[in-house]
Write a protein that binds this ligand. Structure first.
Ligand code: MN
Length: 406
């Protein structure tokens, strides 16, 4: 046990300027606990990286990457760079949430968008290995391409429940951990990369990890011991000001308008709040989950579902997309959405989820695109609006049969 004096432990928070010469370097303030199993796991990863020295790797993220995924991919890239491994961090979908865009911009997070059409034109044989972080390949459209080009999966680091067995050279999948950022922070703590507060990349990456960890644990409310320990470790290197800037990223006017429409259009039935918001642009897609996040905060509401028609002007594609948020612990969003909307002719479900959140996408088929007149667009929206409400209300209040006037 290190016996610290009171003065010492207060040093870091003291408003009195610290004497540079005598100040204790942050990393030595106290040794944070790390289990032998985790140290062993870190050592294994080190050996794998050593074996792949000089390789080029693709780090594949889910289509709509979140802060947990992006920060962890960056930490991995920095660790791997010490072994002359060059990593490309890629995702196929879009960054839509203003906080995620702010994080990428402000921290200079090195992620690249590779839509499937573009990815198809790349020579993937240049890459020696694929790395999956915060996913197991099931949430990325790029997985099929990677598999087809026979790039071996070298590393998987994730906290979702185990999906199909992927035979990676190194796998660390721990579903009881609340954020992948906790796992990467443990690797950093095990010295896979020695963080240095004078290195801006290190500070920004630690900040991104802290943001990712907080985002995946509802601002630490759902964090458990290991997550808190990881946050304590990161607290020595991160930049609180940068996190504040990311969190203050303002919503665009269009996003505010969507939230306004969701408020106006909402109906509340048996503590379910349901709101259709009409048309919105592809870039504003994330306004839907944000509106759901907001509606679920209303008194006597435990679950909110918000949906709209997302319009991609370049491609002239339309898609019904929706989000569910719930505070009701006994409601399984995955089950609920699968039951409400069923599946398409190929057996693919229109929606699914994880704990407390879910989403759905319904292709509009023949009715998609080109709205000649306002009248027509309005009519089309009304049809989808009524259809979705019917399906949801059937589950919400099965006996009332409110909308089903058949
Ligand atoms: Mn995650």
């Amino acid at each position: 046990m290190v016996n610290k004096s009171v003065g010492e432990s207060n040093d870091r928070q003291s408003p009195v300027p610290i004497d540079e010469e005598t100040a204790t370097p942050p990393a030595q303030v106290a040794q944070l606990w790390l289990s032998p199993e985790i140290s062993e796991k870190a050592k294994q990863l080190q050996q794998v990286l050593e074996r792949h020295r000089g390789d080029r790797q693709l780090v594949v993220l889910q289509d709509f990457p979140d802060p947990d995924a992006m920060s962890c991919a960056w930490a991995y890239k920095l660790i791997a760079a010490q072994y002359d491994i060059e990593c490309e961090i890629i995702y196929a979908g879009a960054l839509s949430h203003q906080e995620n865009i702010a994080l990428v911009k402000l921290a200079g997070l090195p992620v690249q968008r590779w839509p499937v059409d573009i990815a198809k034109t790349k020579d993937l044989s240049e890459y020696h290995g694929c790395v999956l972080i915060d996913n197991q390949g099931t949430t990325s459209q790029l997985t099929t391409l990677v598999k087809a080009s026979e790039i071996p999966i070298v590393v998987i680091i994730d906290h979702h429940s185990l999906q199909e067995e992927l035979n990676a050279e190194f796998a660390d999948i721990r579903p009881h951990i609340r954020a992948t950022a906790t796992i990467l922070s443990q690797y950093l703590q095990a010295n896979l990369l020695t963080l240095d507060t004078n290195n801006t990349d290190h500070v920004k990456c630690a900040t991104a990890l802290m943001h990712g960890l907080r985002a995946d644990t509802a601002q630490l409310r759902q964090a458990q011991e290991e997550d808190f320990l990881a946050a304590a470790f990161l607290s020595r290197y991160y930049d609180p000001q940068l996190i504040t800037s990311v969190l203050q990223a303002s919503r665009s006017k269009r996003v505010m308008d969507v939230i306004e429409r969701s408020l106006k259009n909402r109906i509340v039935q048996n503590s379910f709040c349901i709101a259709g918001v009409g048309y919105l642009r592809y870039d504003d897609r994330d306004a839907i989950p944000q509106a759901a996040d907001f509606l679920v905060t209303e008194e006597n509401v435990h679950t909110a579902v918000v949906y709209g028609i997302v319009h991609d002007e370049d491609e002239d594609i339309e898609l019904v997309t929706g989000s569910l948020r719930t505070n009701k612990l006994t409601l399984d969003p995955d089950e609920f959405l699968k039951e409400a909307f069923g599946q398409d002719s190929h057996g693919r479900f229109f929606g699914g989820g994880r704990s407390q959140a879910g989403g759905f996408e319904i292709p509009m088929g023949f009715l998609s695109g080109t709205n000649e007149s306002k009248e027509y667009a309005k009519m089309k929206w009304e049809v989808f609006d009524i259809q979705i409400k019917q399906k949801l209300l059937k589950l919400v209040s099965p006996k009332d049969d409110i909308m089903t006037a058949d």
